[in-house]
Design a protein around this ligand. Structure first.
Ligand code: PMP
Length: 385
């Protein structure tokens, strides 16, 4: 073993000792309620494909047609020669769906977050984040060089005191508050209306990541910001295209000026090859599907499944994400292992994705699950308890 590999091996051993070693699991099937791993069929309660669009014929058709016409690659960054008609069409569809003036798409949610925050704020400014914000938002805040303040999850009093502190200590600086609408590992909602009032009172700006809200909340799945009628009061909305929208990538949406500004200042947009046009076509088909009765039927079905699981398993969630917090990392792994034995794919989520000692099972209910599959999981959880 080379000295380099020996060093990495030693580091991995430390991860192993802490019960935090990760490895990849290979799926031999498409996303869906049932997946195949090692030749075994498992009931999949782990995917963010909330509406089952990742394997939907409307998206596959749109992607296939785009593939035949536009090929496999975008060839360059959007500003060089990578902007396809399909990227522009997707962005118009997103802006219409989200009721904003404009949208700009990115290759991933991670790229959108690290592209947005450093474009908007810098070292003279302050970013205030919820403690449970996704790693991409945290990394975006760090990359910006702004002073960072973190408030305990959904704690409005602490948010208020950070806003007051920022105004006092950085009177010339801009203040950006960053939250998610739905928290990815807890499935709970941000008190968005209160957060909007607070940031307005203190003259701050707000960025809301709707990665787990779009497709799940609101009549057509437009997310929490729209559901609460706050669209015109949120400066930047972010969402992903690889979860409920069944494709890949992400978007930032808001004013037309915001879009133009990001095209000029967002480094992950400027210096990265555009997503393949067929990926944009699939995402556009997903947005358009949600605007039809068929799409709304899927959102309703998802909601029915969420209620069914909540009732049968005796737990509650306002979204499709049901965390069962176990605490100890190894115990969480053992619980996921027992579920795997019983035929369920339910991941154990551990540090650093969640804080130490709060390891959990993360159960995700989707529109593709049947009533029987949901009952079977609820029954198995009761038996394993
Ligand atoms: N924000 C949140 C809240 C997320 O859960 C994720 C993905 N897990 C991202 C951003 C990043 O999105 P992507 O997977 O498209 O990079």
């Amino acid at each position: 073993m080379s000295e380099f590999d020996a060093y990495l091996f030693q580091k991995l051993e430390e991860v192993e000792q802490a019960g935090l070693r990760r490895s990849l699991r290979v799926l031999e099937s498409a996303q869906g309620a049932e997946v195949k791993i090692d030749g075994r069929s498992l009931l999949n309660f782990s995917s963010n494909d909330y509406l089952g669009l990742a394997n939907h014929p409307a998206l596959a058709k749109a992607a296939g047609e785009a593939l035949a016409t536009f090929g496999t690659g975008a060839g360059a960054s959007r500003l060089i020669c990578g902007t396809s008609r399909l990227h522009e069409d997707l962005e118009s569809a997103i802006a219409r769906f989200k009721k904003t003036e404009a949208a700009l798409s990115f290759s991933t949610g991670y790229a959108a977050a690290v592209g947005a925050i450093p474009a908007i704020v810098s070292s003279e400014d302050v970013v205030i984040l919820d403690k449970l914000c996704h790693a991409s938002l945290v990394d975006g805040a760090r990359l910006s060089g702004a002073t960072i303040r973190v408030f305990p999850h959904n704690n409005l009093e602490k948010l208020r005191s950070h806003l007051e502190w920022a105004r006092r200590e950085h009177p010339q600086g801009r203040v950006l508050v960053v939250v998610e609408s739905v928290y990815s590992m807890d499935g709970d909602l941000a008190p968005l209306a209160d957060i909007v009032s607070l940031k307005e009172h203190h003259g701050a700006w707000l960025m809301v990541d709707e990665a787990h809200g779009v497709g799940v909340l609101g009549a057509k799945g437009q997310g929490l910001v729209d559901l609460l009628g706050l669209t015109d009061r949120v400066e930047i909305q972010m969402g992903t295209l690889g979860k409920a929208l069944g494709s890949a990538g992400a978007y930032l949406c808001g004013s037309a000026i915001l879009r133009d500004y990001l095209i000029n200042r967002s480094r992950s947009f400027i210096y990265s090859t555009a997503p393949p046009p067929y990926v944009a076509a699939a995402a556009q088909a997903a947005v358009e599907l949600l605007e039809t009765e068929t799409g709304q039927g899927l959102v309703t079905r998802l909601r029915d499944n969420i209620h069914r699981f909540a009732e049968e398993a005796g737990c509650e969630s306002p979204t499709a994400i049901f965390p069962i917090v176990i605490g100890d990392e190894r115990e969480a792994m053992a619980a996921a292992g027992a579920l795997l034995e019983a035929g369920f794919l339910v991941p154990a989520i551990r540090y650093p994705t969640v804080s130490r000692g709060s390891a959990r099972l993360r159960i995700v209910v989707t529109a593709t699950h049947s009533a029987e599959q949901i009952s079977f999981l609820a029954k198995t959880l009761r038996e394993l308890d």
